[in-house]
Design a protein around this ligand. Structure first.
Ligand code: DO4
Ligand code: MG
Length: 301
């Protein structure tokens, strides 16, 4: 099942289920289901999965539907539009989970040569805090470029939503937008390169595990569009991730109470060459097979 959040003028946030190209409004059927986080929480409370619970809810109803393409537009208060698919209380991210990320980062690091290769091969993965809801944006909303960075790049990543007991509730796309020049200047600056306004885009939907059965076989594509022209495109595959999600969850959750519904991004396998660094007005599109396309314009802060 594909879950999303959308906004309707004068009504506010609705939870939607995407079936083919139709978005079914779940919140009108059950007012308690007023966010995707509350759908997951309600399912968890009743020892159910979100998709089973919603399939039962929809079984004898003729709910209101919207065309997905009508909602898949830039956010505008006067029009119905998609929102970030979950207000994840926290977003965490793993780094250097793909060989490519280690190689490119080591090539460019001015100091501390080899630290990325070391972490790629180490037992303990690199894990960092990425964002809170106020720093996350949904489809077509602006991702940020720090005013003190001259080398900001998208990092197209598969992310999952964490439930209780390290259970995975669903999968989405994460753009781990990063100020690489700040990270390269000194690895101790990592939080400043990673955490700021609009540093994290999520969406467009969350796909539940019963629908996305093989998350480690997904094609991931990224395009940067400048003045209506594709200036960069590349792909990777989640099969290249060098660690299992069980392993990532173990290190993330050890003595660290990650709140229910948090998002966990699994690292990038696409490293954008410096010449295609982001510029104000660019559009970044990320496709992940089985999830969809996440598109965001870039804004210099
Ligand atoms: O160590 C820096 C961050 C790595 C990262 O975000 C990635 O590999 O995706
Ligand atoms: Mg990353």
């Amino acid at each position: 099942m594909k879950l999303l959040q959308f906004y309707i003028p004068n009504t506010g946030l609705r939870v939607g289920v995407l079936k083919a190209d139709q978005v079914i409004d779940i919140t009108t059927l059950d007012q308690r289901l007023d966010s995707v986080l509350s759908v997951f929480a309600q399912a968890h409370k009743t020892n159910n999965s979100a998709s089973r619970m919603l399939t039962e809810l929809l079984s004898d109803k003729s709910p209101v539907g919207y065309d997905f393409k009508d909602l898949n537009i830039p956010p505008d208060k006067s029009l119905a539009h998609l929102l970030v698919p979950i207000y994840a209380p926290e977003v965490w991210a793993f780094g250097v989970t793909y060989k490519r990320s280690a190689e490119a980062r080591d090539e460019d690091a001015s100091q501390e040569q080899g630290i990325y290769d070391r972490v790629y091969n180490a037992k303990r993965p690199e894990c960092f805090f990425k964002a809170t809801p106020s720093r996350c944006v949904g489809p077509h909303a602006y991702i940020g470029m720090r005013s003190d960075s001259t080398l900001t790049a998208p990092e197209p990543e598969l992310a999952y939503i964490l439930g209780g007991h390290e259970e995975i509730l669903g999968y989405t796309i994460c753009n781990d937008v990063s100020a690489w020049d700040i990270e390269r200047d000194n690895p101790l600056y990592l939080p400043q390169s990673k955490i700021y306004s609009g540093c994290c885009a999520l969406g467009p939907v969350i796909v539940t595990p019963d629908e996305l059965t093989d998350p480690l076989q997904l094609e991931i594509r990224c395009r940067i569009i400048r003045k209506q022209k594709v200036i960069f495109h590349e792909s990777s595959n989640s099969s290249e991730i060098g660690r299992s999600f069980r392993e990532l969850n173990h290190y993330l959750c050890l003595h660290n109470p990650v709140p229910f519904g948090s998002a966990v991004s699994t690292g990038t396998g696409i490293m954008v060459p410096n010449e295609y660094r982001l510029k104000d007005g660019d559009i970044v599109e990320i496709d992940i097979e089985g999830i969809g396309t996440l598109s965001n314009p870039v804004q210099k802060l």
